[in-house]
Write a protein that binds this ligand. Structure first.
Ligand SMILES: [Zn+2]
Length: 186
């Protein structure tokens, strides 16, 4: 497994749509493993392929005991009273904003074995799934903010973005961080 760089806002790949995957190959299963590892290292709950510079229609998510990797996700149904809650994004670090989303969602897609599956999600997982599917169509949570809030979020991001001159976040695995600390201790 490998940690992948995460593209941040400004990288064009985040605004491209993704074509559906034709078949779930071994190479794509490895990508799923790498995306989970990257998401964990970044302490996120969801990650979509464009965020790691890939144009496969794929996302991974993990909320409590629910672990999901879905290719070609399609929203079948959204229901319940939409509610606002704060969202962030691994591609826009340190920026947060309230987004209104439905609390229940049903999605269909292919699992890592290429089988057609249907997933019903609620609460935080539903929010996460909708956020990740947006990524697969080039949409970001900041697009939902009111003009005023979007303007201030983008202004804050312009300052934050200077930390990422290559428009990539390079993560350090927890075990390597521990080794670094050991070296420092020596
Ligand atoms: Zn995101």
């Amino acid at each position: 497994m490998a940690l992948l760089d995460i593209h941040v806002l400004g990288s064009p790949v985040l605004r491209e749509g993704t074509p559906p995957v034709e078949a779930v190959t071994g190479e794509l299963r490895r990508l799923v493993d790498d995306m989970f590892e990257t998401m964990h290292a970044a302490k996120g709950i969801g990650l979509a392929a464009p965020q790691v510079g890939r144009l496969e229609r794929l996302f991974v998510a993990e909320v409590e005991d629910d672990k999901v990797a879905l290719f070609n996700p399609e929203i079948v149904d959204v229901s319940g009273k939409p509610a606002k809650a704060e969202e962030g994004c691994l591609s826009i670090p340190e920026i947060y904003g309230d987004v209104e989303r439905a609390p229940l969602v049903t999605v269909r897609g292919l699992d890592v074995d290429g089988n057609r599956v249907e997933l019903e999600a609620s609460g935080l997982l539903a929010r996460c799934v909708l956020h990740e599917i947006d990524h697969l169509h080039g949409r970001l949570f900041v697009d939902y903010l009111s003009m005023l809030k979007k303007r201030s979020a983008i202004a804050a991001w312009e300052r934050e973005k200077t930390k990422y001159p290559a428009l990539r976040r390079t993560l350090i695995a927890a075990k390597d961080l521990a080794e670094q600390h050991n070296e420092e201790a020596l």
